[in-house]
Design a protein around this ligand. Structure first.
Ligand code: IPE
Ligand code: MG
Length: 231
């Protein structure tokens, strides 16, 4: 969800106003995804690198996150939306984590769209935490003598140690504001994702743009490294 700051600057407004507008966009796109029957949406809300911003801006964004969580319970209930989390919760203030956790608990049985909030999220950080988890799980001595094979770490092992192993890899990643870079988003999971870049700033991105992205996605020839149907 990129371009909030530029959207505001273009209008001579403070960056915070861009984030505020971005929240409305997030809600509209979540609704559009839910209406389209999509099962999972991950919103890249705040990265492990976004702490480099001013305390004011960080505080404002965290306040908006609270608003998105606390004030939208009716919206989640009506649309059967389940809210989930990815990221390093240890780096969040206990107050924010409580908000996230409360909404996750309150929505955990809703069968509709699952909205994953990537908050204090970094792709490298997630991989790093997964590796530490694997090391901890294997800290007890594994017999390697007497014909036993040394323990190996497989791709499936790493996938299983990621934050939400039950959620499938993303099919489509939409980035706004015209930037062609991953910015540390879902590095492990995005191995075969299709990237769609919109030139629009996030506050301007609307359900019609979202629908165009889905349409574009539907015409991708996904080969996953194999030979495509066209060949
Ligand atoms: C995205 O908008 C929101 C967050 C990263 C929280 P930006 O704040 O990155 O907007 P630009 O890139 O400065 O325009
Ligand atoms: Mg940006």
């Amino acid at each position: 969800m990129d371009g909030n700051g530029r959207w505001a600057r273009e209008r001579g407004l403070p960056r915070t106003k861009g984030h505020y507008e971005g929240l409305t966009t997030a809600k509209n796109i979540v609704r559009a995804a839910s209406d389209a029957g999509i099962q999972y949406v991950t919103l890249y809300v705040f990265s492990t690198e976004n702490w480099k911003r001013t305390a004011d801006e960080v505080g404002f964004i965290m306040g908006l996150v609270k608003q998105f969580l606390r004030n939208e319970m009716d919206f989640y209930r009506e649309n059967k939306i389940r809210v989930r989390y990815t990221g390093d919760q240890a780096g969040l203030s206990p107050e924010i984590w409580k908000e996230v956790d409360d909404v996750m608990q309150a929505t955990k049985d809703f069968p509709g769209l699952q909205v994953v909030l990537a908050l204090n999220y970094g792709g490298r950080d997630e991989i790093c935490r997964a590796m530490r988890q694997i090391c901890r799980d294997r800290a007890s001595p594994v017999p390697t003598t007497g014909g036993g094979t040394p323990p190996v770490i497989t791709i499936d092992d790493i996938s299983a140690a990621m934050d939400n192993p039950d959620i499938p890899d993303p099919d489509l990643i939409i980035r706004t504001a015209g930037e062609f870079r991953t910015s540390n988003f879902l590095l492990w999971e995005a191995a075969y994702a299709e990237y769609y870049i919109s030139d629009k700033f996030w506050p301007d991105f609307n359900p019609e743009d979202f629908s165009q992205a889905l349409h574009w996605y539907q015409h991708r020839d996904r080969r996953f490294g194999a030979i495509g149907a066209a060949a």
